[in-house]
Design a protein around this ligand. Structure first.
Ligand SMILES: Cc1cc2nc3c(=O)[nH]c(=O)nc-3n(C[C@H](O)[C@H](O)[C@H](O)COP(=O)(O)OP(=O)(O)OC[C@H]3O[C@@H](n4cnc5c(N)ncnc54)[C@H](O)[C@@H]3O)c2cc1C
Ligand code: SF4
Length: 399
């Protein structure tokens, strides 16, 4: 870490004005008699080069943590009405793989009430220890109480990494926990790798999906990240797990949270393309909104759902919850048929792990063709009706 220091007391007014003008990012400002640098500073060091007599680059030595004190890969186990959220079981599978590299245990941390069945579920999916905070005050998700539990868990157990599902509770908890420990958090990772020195390499698309950034928290612990549902695969559950459940006492003050849940109103079940086993995805090759009916029919005939690329959503032709991709949902169906989709990196980021990909496109060189298991070069307006006819005649889809 470094910062820029300006010795404004040694400068004339003219020199101060000249220094302000030299910064290409307008980061230097007058503040009374002195000069300050704001958050716009990009550390380009131009000011240091031009005025070395007044401006200095100050290197700060940052004390790193003793990494050997932080052991184990932990997963925040999200409790739902139907047991743990499936992203938890996926993350436990990944945690097992990561912990295997450094020969450390896998933990689940489970706040909620009641937790018995969910805790056993975590054991079956690979946790060596499930730390349970069970109290009636945790029955409904309250971010302040849950954060207090996670803070307590980290302080006592000291895991080297903690993985959260990128669900609404996971996304609101992770940054609060990161702030309490002044540590790094990487959102929406698509790949995780563990180094021998326990540094977690958190990989995610950056700059609009044009690069895959590798982010490493080298100086602080724990390392926190969120991962969307359906990015990883849950391991086959073990019906005779050897792990243990560790009851934890509710931390002091957690009961007196600032949030009181007065009433819970169920939302109607939303369209969730992430759950679909078959998806028909519409792209800009579809010329009219009414033509989507043909793709909807194909989806229905296959017992699946209709989804689409971002332009379909931007045109108002499809509900935003049906968007696949970097700024939409991640899907992992058994079968996806893309119709008139080019296969941009942003779209592919949300569906490349699908079991079988069939692409219908007039352009044999479209990017989607290199991703597809089966590429059909042709006009979707001819191919989709032909597929429908075949399915209705009972021919199914031979892929
Ligand atoms: C930060 C950022 C985030 C983004 N996030 C997303 C995201 O989450 N999801 C997403 O989808 N996009 C996203 N985008 C947009 C993305 O870059 C692409 O613009 C978009 O995916 C293209 O959609 P498309 O394939 O439908 O359209 P196009 O790229 O225009 O492709 C249309 C395809 O249809 C084919 N075609 C045309 N007519 C026919 C026909 N009759 N029969 C068969 N094929 C035909 C063409 O050959 C072409 O390949 C994002 C962009 C940015 C910058
Ligand atoms: S380092 Fe660059 S951006 Fe920062 S104050 Fe100096 S000139 Fe401006």
């Amino acid at each position: 870490m470094a910062h820029i220091a300006i010795h404004a007391d040694k400068m004339t007014l003219a020199e101060k004005d000249a220094l302000i003008r030299i910064c290409p990012f307008s980061a230097i400002r007058h503040e009374g008699d002195t000069l300050t640098i704001n958050a716009g500073c990009k550390m380009c060091r131009l000011c240091v080069k031009k005025y070395p007599q007044f401006v200095q680059l100050v290197e700060e030595s940052v004390q790193g943590v003793d990494k050997s004190l932080w052991q184990g890969v932990a997963v925040y186990a999200q409790l739902t009405e139907r047991g743990v959220h499936p992203v938890t079981t996926e993350l436990l599978g990944k945690a097992k793989e990561l912990a295997g590299v450094i020969r450390q245990p896998v933990y689940a941390v489970l706040p909620g009430h009641p937790t018995d069945a969910a805790a056993r579920e975590c054991l079956r999916y690979g946790a060596d220890r499930v730390y349970v905070y069970d109290d009636t005050c945790l029955q409904n998700f309250a971010v302040d109480r849950y954060t207090a539990c996670l803070e307590d868990f980290i302080t006592r157990v000291k895991p080297c990494a903690l993985l959260f599902g990128a669900t609404s509770p996971g996304r609101s908890l992770a940054p609060r926990v990161a702030a309490r420990f002044r540590t790094g958090l990487t959102a929406d990772c698509t790949k995780l790798e563990m180094r021998e020195n326990t540094d977690l390499v958190q990989i995610r698309p950056a700059f609009g999906g044009n690069i895959m950034a590798q982010i490493v928290t080298t100086r602080t612990r724990p390392q926190l990240c969120t991962v969307r549902y359906k990015i990883f695969t849950a391991q086959t559950p073990d019906d005779h797990p050897k792990g243990v459940i560790v009851p934890m006492a509710l931390p002091d003050g957690a009961r007196a949270g600032d949030i009181e849940v007065l009433h819970v109103k169920r939302k109607p079940r939303e369209v969730d393309i992430a759950e679909a086993e078959v998806i028909v995805a519409a792209g800009r090759g579809v010329k009219n909104q009414r033509d989507l009916a043909m793709l909807e029919e194909l989806a229905e005939a296959l017992g699946g759902m209709l989804a689409g690329t971002r332009p379909m959503i931007e045109a108002g032709w499809l509900d935003p919850r049906r968007q696949i991709g970097l700024s939409g949902r991640t899907v992992r169906p058994k079968l996806i048929i893309t119709c008139g989709v080019s296969g941009s990196v942003q779209f592919a980021a949300g569906m490349r792990a699908s079991d079988t990909i069939i692409a219908i496109n007039t352009d044999p060189n479209a990017s989607i063709m290199s991703l597809a298991h089966v590429g059909i070069v042709g006009d979707l307006y001819e191919i989709v009706p032909a597929l429908l006819k075949k399915i209705r005649e009972g021919g199914g889809l031979d892929v």
